[in-house]
Design a protein around this ligand. Structure first.
Ligand SMILES: [Cu+2]
Ligand SMILES: [Zn+2]
Length: 185
């Protein structure tokens, strides 16, 4: 009996080892395999120039556009995340990333709010989460955005601070300066 059990364990571990090689990776959803997607290359904004930190893949879903980040080298924590109106991540004399302009607001609401509030900026997204190792991999659902075509020719921005989805006590959710940016093409 012991011998049979031993053989079964050996066979089971062979099966598992084979699965590890062939199946596990393909079982994890990979947005890059979608036909309809936009790949947004993201740069860290620094005074000595922009530095590549990875990409964010946008795809459509039944519930809105989903952003799948694959980023590294960021400060850990929660960071404000928005679509800004201009397809330009350059600096101005006001600061890094300022050429991207303000939050995308096609209905001129002038109101920074929740990602599900139609009376707020259309570019207001849920915050992006960066883990303790500086990687961002957790997907973000944007329920007010439906079609990839509508977000093109704008910028995707990650701020240094978080986002309370109000203009109080600080404007634009309080996330402050612009940390990373990518043009949506
Ligand atoms: Cu922003
Ligand atoms: Zn906003």
């Amino acid at each position: 009996m012991k011998k049979i059990l031993g053989i079964s364990i050996v066979l089971a571990s062979f099966a598992f080892a084979n699965m590890a090689k062939s199946d596990i990776n393909s079982d994890i959803y990979n947005p890059l395999l979608e036909d309809n997607k936009v790949v947004i290359k993201m740069d860290l904004l620094t005074n000595s120039g922009n530095k590549q930190i990875g990409e964010i893949i946008a795809v459509e879903s039944d519930y809105g556009i989903v952003f799948y980040p694959n980023l590294s080298g960021l400060d850990s924590g929660i960071h404000g995340f928005h679509i800004h109106q201009n397809a330009d991540c350059g600096a101005t004399d006001k600061g890094l990333g300022m050429k991207a302009g303000g939050h995308w607001d096609p209905q001129n609401t002038n109101n920074h709010s929740f990602p599900w509030n139609n009376s707020g900026h259309k570019g207001d997204l849920p915050a992006i989460y960066v883990d303790k190792d500086g990687n961002a991999n957790y997907p973000i659902l944007a329920p007010k955005l439906n079609k990839l075509d509508e977000i093109k020719n704008k910028a995707l921005m990650i701020h240094i601070g978080g986002d309370n989805h109000h203009d109080k006590p600080a404007a634009l959710g309080g996330g402050g300066a612009r940390m990373a940016c990518g043009v949506i093409k």
